[in-house]
Design a protein around this ligand. Structure first.
Ligand SMILES: *[C@@H]1O[C@H](CO)[C@@H](O)[C@H](O)[C@H]1NC(C)=O
Ligand SMILES: *[C@@H]1O[C@H](CO)[C@@H](O)[C@H](O)[C@H]1NC(C)=O
Ligand SMILES: *[C@@H]1O[C@H](CO)[C@@H](O)[C@H](O)[C@H]1NC(C)=O
Ligand SMILES: *[C@@H]1O[C@H](CO)[C@@H](O)[C@H](O)[C@H]1NC(C)=O
Length: 597
């Protein structure tokens, strides 16, 4: 009987202490922290297999002695009810998170991950079971898990020991004295050579490779690459390109879909290729720049040069001038004296010619002897009209010959549809693009989209394929447009048919340890003007490497040739034919109008 009782008591004691945590140490630690950096919220995560009964004492102590609130999370909470604690006004400065961790496989790690979204710099204290092995390997495995979730501001309590860790340059942990100051590691400003591995492909003008002929080595340029390298240097990290030997010729372009997928799968922590779209399962840095994403469209409908003769006046002005000729003919007929022996048709014909010469501002075929005041006033008015119309026409025409005159340009999605302008898009951006189109136009626009891979799209634009329009952000356009800066005749233009103003940032894993330092760095350099400087200075290198070229200026100056005046020749030819006809009629006395009359 006595034996049985002893065993029972022993078993009871064992279960009670089976997940004992050193709460004494935790309490003294918290009292110390309360004096240095007070807090008000205490989210407590209670791991699997842990009886929360043991914690009641701690919670009462927190409430009564420390005067802080607490919030308990355990493994019974449904995943869909988990919301980031940030939603409840828990910030990284006003809270300390306690995690009673059973082991590395504890399901509560996932809860912790969900609840502490965007709160990775919060103070976190992990309390391990005293029964757990205290070996280096066992402790390290906990820190590996912490690093996997990117928690950095961490203390680990085990028995009577206190540990913390640093992932820079490689993960290592160390013992801490409870009285050491500061207890929580401060935000790292020196990554001690931590290696960031990421691929660099071609994504002109953000990142691109050039061969340095003098050193026979490969160089990476582009404003996004330079910014990233500056960041890496600033924080004393080091960059390792994962594709150093890949053969990248100028026509290739990075497949951002693949890179973002690698980030989501956890195989890549950050990409040095900035991008505009990231899914919610990945994060994006503070924007390097925000620019509208619009269509780069080919210049439209260049008008044949011989049609320039018609352009100075609109169609209605030409009608008005024609009417003016008839009207002036009538006026002149009405005011002229009918003294001479001419017939009515002869006089009408003469006044018609007179009216034309007035409009053309050339001398009149008739002479008027002893004009009346009425004559003088009317002829003065006609003189002014002739002067204005001819000078106006000449000036407009002159100015047209100094440039290229074009027709209607694509400036909206409606015009795109009307002109049936095909658009070359990356296949993985097809749906994103349609999301930015007005619903009523989606069907029509989707029929105009041609999906290809990124390389094909960029090489089509770089080879000036005018069959397509291309959706690109303005910063790329600034770069591409430098190719036609000296061109007499631009080939493409940046339309105002836009698809939103995305911000361009570096994609990275959610809650990445690089996020806050990178954001801070971008914020600092943005106003220095370096980004713009790099865009321009890289252009020369890109040209040497064969990505871009200046447009041929063959069009340049063009003299007026015979063909330019084609319309004039037509008028002259028809005039000669008419006058020859009239002359022959008069010569042989053939008057068809008299026979019919
Ligand atoms: C708890 O920590 C204290 C030191 O603060 C230590 O004296 C005690 O032995 C520890 N308890 C256990 C069970 O490790
Ligand atoms: C940068 O990191 C290296 C390790 O890669 C280290 O030796 C060096 O002291 C660090 N530089 C500074 C300024 O801390
Ligand atoms: C892109 O498409 C072209 C032709 O369809 C193909 O030759 C090329 O290999 C593709 N490139 C990539 C990166 O998929
Ligand atoms: C432009 O692209 C179309 C369709 O891919 C092709 O048929 C055409 O030859 C290309 N034009 C030039 C100048 O490359």
């Amino acid at each position: 009987m006595c034996k049985v009782l002893t065993i029972l008591v022993l078993v009871l004691l064992l279960t009670l202490t089976s997940d004992a945590y050193n709460v004494t140490l935790l309490k003294s630690l918290l009292s110390l922290i309360a004096n240095r950096e007070p807090w008000i919220n205490t989210p407590i995560f209670v791991g699997h297999h842990t009886q929360s009964g043991n914690l009641n004492d701690l919670i009462i102590w927190l409430h009564q002695t420390m005067g802080v609130t607490s919030l308990t999370m355990n493994s019974f909470l449904q995943a869909e009810h988990l919301r980031p604690l940030g939603n409840f006004k828990v910030t990284r400065n006003n809270a300390i998170v306690l995690f009673f961790c059973y082991d590395r496989q504890d399901v509560l790690w996932l809860t912790l991950d969900r609840n502490l979204r965007q709160l990775r710099r919060i103070r976190l204290i992990i309390i391990l079971r005293s029964q757990r092995s205290g070996s280096q390997k066992a402790i390290k495995s906990i820190f590996n898990t912490l690093w996997q979730y990117q928690f950095l501001n961490v203390l680990v309590l085990h028995r009577d020991q206190l540990y913390s860790y640093t992932p820079y340059p490689a993960l290592s942990f160390f013992k801490l004295d409870i009285y050491s100051e500061p207890l929580f590691p401060p935000a790292a400003r020196n990554f001690q050579g931590y290696v960031v591995s990421t691929p660099a492909e071609n994504d002109i003008p953000r990142v691109f490779h050039v061969h340095d002929a003098s050193t026979k080595s490969r160089k990476v340029l582009g404003y996004a690459y330079r910014t990233f390298v500056e960041y890496i240097n600033h924080y004393n990290a080091s960059l390792r390109l994962t594709n150093p030997d890949e053969d990248l010729d100028p026509t290739t372009s990075v497949n951002m879909n693949r890179i973002v997928q690698l980030i989501i799968d956890g195989q890549l922590e950050i990409s040095l290729h900035p991008y505009v779209f990231t899914p919610p399962t990945a994060a994006k840095s503070y924007p390097l720049m925000i620019y509208p994403n619009c269509l780069i469209v080919p210049m439209r409908n260049e008008i044949p040069r011989h049609m320039y003769l018609l352009r100075p006046f609109q169609l209605y002005s030409w009608y008005l001038l024609l009417f003016a000729v008839i009207y002036i003919t009538g006026v002149l007929y009405w005011i002229s004296p009918k003294l001479d022996k001419r017939t009515r048709t002869q006089r009408l014909g003469l006044h018609f010619l007179d009216a034309i010469s007035k409009i053309l501002f050339i001398s009149s075929p008739t002479t008027i002897h002893r004009p009346t005041w009425r004559h003088i006033i009317i002829f003065l008015q006609l003189c002014i009209l002739g002067f204005i119309s001819t000078s106006w026409y000449n000036i407009e025409l002159d100015s047209f010959f100094t440039t290229i005159v074009v027709g209607e340009q694509v400036n909206s999605m409606d015009q795109l549809v009307r002109q049936q302008q095909k658009v070359l898009v990356k296949e993985y951006e097809f749906n994103t693009l349609l999301r930015h189109v007005e619903p009523r136009l989606v069907d029509k626009v989707s029929r105009l989209l041609v999906a290809v891979n990124a390389s094909e799209q960029v090489s089509a634009l770089l080879s000036f394929n005018r069959s397509f329009a291309y959706p690109f952000t303005e910063e790329r356009w600034q770069f591409f447009a430098m190719q036609q800066q000296y061109a007499f005749k631009p080939i493409f233009r940046f339309s105002s048919a836009c698809l939103g103003s995305p911000h361009i940032g570096y994609p990275m894993r959610v809650d990445s340890h690089l996020e806050s330092s990178l954001n801070h760095f971008i914020l600092m350099i943005q106003d220095t003007g370096l980004l713009n400087h790099w865009v321009v200075s890289d252009f020369n290198d890109a040209m040497r490497a064969g990505y871009v070229r200046f447009l041929d200026n063959v069009l340049g100056y063009q003299g007026i040739d015979v063909d330019t005046l084609r319309l004039g020749w037509c008028v002259l030819g028809i005039g000669w034919m008419l006058s020859a006809l009239v002359f022959s009629c008069e010569y042989w006395h053939i008057y068809p109008w008299r026979f019919t009359a």
